[in-house]
Design a protein around this ligand. Sequence first.
Ligand code: CA
Length: 384
Amino acid sequence: MRLIGLGLAAALLAGCSADTERRDDPAESSTSTPTKVGDSGRPFAVEEVGNFDDPWAMTFLPGSGDLLVTERSGTLHLRDADSGETVQVSGVPDVTVAGQGGLGDVVTGPTFEDDGTVYLSWVEGGGGVSGAAVGRARLETTASGASLEGLEVIWRQPKVSGTGHFSHRLAVAPDGEHLFVSSGERQKKTPAQDTSSTLGKIVRLTLDGDPAPGNPLADESGAAPEIWSLGHRNVLGLEFAADGTLWASEMGPEGGDELNRVEAGGNYGWPEASNGSDYGGGDIPDYAEGDGFVAPAASWTPSISPGSLMIYTGDLFPDWTGDAFLGALSGEGLVHVDLDGTTTGDDQIFDLGERIRAVEQGPDGAIWLLEDEGSGRLLRLTPA
Ligand SMILES: [Ca+2]
């Protein structure tokens, strides 16, 4: 494992040394173009089971199998598993809708079946600055509707100018004691390497939103104690595998989209290293042995724009158990990456002809997708 101290030292050294030490050599790149699979090659049937306005995230509720769906404009829906009907959930916080921001992720807490605890993320703004907030509430349902009760903000991203790269994806750890949040670099680049800032990081919190004890920089003077890993650009997928490994999908710049295995204290390189380039062709060194950065387990050039990540644990698609699935925005499909524990194998993209914003596994092992923007269909994939 590469530690933060080494990563920063390497970055500083690289900044002072010749370009030849950090060359951008495609031959050394692990980047790939996935095999494209059209309609006829799909091992699944696609069924439309709903429709939402600019949906962003969804999560299935333990027990009932009902589905919560967020819309970026600030609406939360609850879809009944049996009838397929949806109700609007009241008590959602006011959100700032601008650029990539709005209502974001929703996940259930580890005690959901006892107390209805859910976690949400959204963007707060005002005075020309904005940032993501993470809140906790209880979902209460009645015969006629649903509401969020006792909503409290438990963590905030620093507020800065601009409307991009909030990330604000949530994942509850399998230990049931920690909440992980991806905190994007807000298109400011350099904060991702600044350990005093939580921008460009994945943070690890207690379920109350405090910095979790034992975080890797907790004893480092001036460092943000929430930090779990750094050097991230825009992590829009964050998911634990059954073996407890945390995986993250990350939007690269022009090319260089990534699937990363997230390690405590790992430095993932942005903006010092990327298998992509700056928009317009500006060079960014590829990951290279000895650069102090954790290279991606898989990366994609040209971009697929991964907006979400799911690790499959069902048995409806037995060949896919343990594999990673990414919803591709510009790639307009579902990317499948063969995962064998911590090692990635072949990848393929199922061409769906629409930007895919969210991917989740349903209670019965079906794969559920949400299309992006406008009238986004909710799709259910089952074996063909
Ligand atoms: Ca590069």
